[in-house]
Design a protein around this ligand. Sequence first.
Ligand code: DAK
Length: 260
Amino acid sequence: MSSTLIHQTKLAGICTLTIQRPEALNALNAAVIRALAEAIQSAQSDAEVGVIVLTGSGEKAFVAGADIKEFADFDAEQGRHLADHGQELLFNRIERSGKPIIAAINGFALGGGLELALACHMRVASDTARMGFPEVSLGVIPGYGGTQRLPQVVGKGKAMEMILTARMVGAEEALQCGLVNQVVPLSELHAATEKMAQRILKNSPTAVETSIQAILAGYEDGVNGFEAEIECFGASFETEDFQEGTQAFINKRKPNFPGK
Ligand code: DAK
């Protein structure tokens, strides 16, 4: 299912969702957020999909932020409501997805666009990408989880610098501080993202999903990540994937995981 705002392709277990608003550098308005949430939900429930890739249309931008023209007239109540609604509908859904979601950052990833990339499990950037949080230059603060996820990824000091100065960082600096996992020439971005996705697809889908759960547990309030890991680890032994993975090793063959 493709909408005019989100273009979807599906190939060999990888579903690529491309945000299509090139005239506004793929800025996130309410309609894009809704369409993207629906497209992700549909890919998550598609048994043929193992990894989801998010990217932006054109060669200039991944997502240049929330749509400034749309949120310019919001009051405090609307801002709070939309932050809450948008975080649950889209950003938390991405982060908690059992199927890994990779951001292929093909240009500007600013404000809400960088928050979208940060909600993804991994980020591959083109060497042309520029990332930052311009919010304080507009009189607001990041509202889709940026103040929480950026320090988790790059550390508190770098997050403070990026958010308080509103300075954009280039791809190399982003790689150096751990904001992105890999940087490649723009022409190789999709091949590099696909390669990362294919590596994941060789592994047990249940173990991949459970790894995501265990990693996220360590960031949840009141949850002991080590205890969560023990639970998740124990549960792995009951899966058919565990039987298949260990038998394949013993019999010197490639595993064919049932994903259960
Ligand atoms: N919103 C709306 N339109 C945008 C846009 C944006 N974020 N970014 C670019 N565009 C539009 C431009 O207005 C322009 O449209 P026309 O004038 O042609 O109609 C078109 O895209 C091309 O942009 P430029 O002509 O500006 O292109 P340049 O190459 O000259 O510059 C740029 C590229 C990325 C440096 C520049 O476009 C730029 O500075 N864009 C804005 C970046 C930005 O400040 N983004 C917003 C960050 S704040 C919320 C939760 C979270 C948020 C908001 C609300 N709630 C829960 C309610 C998050 C806020 C943010 O993301």
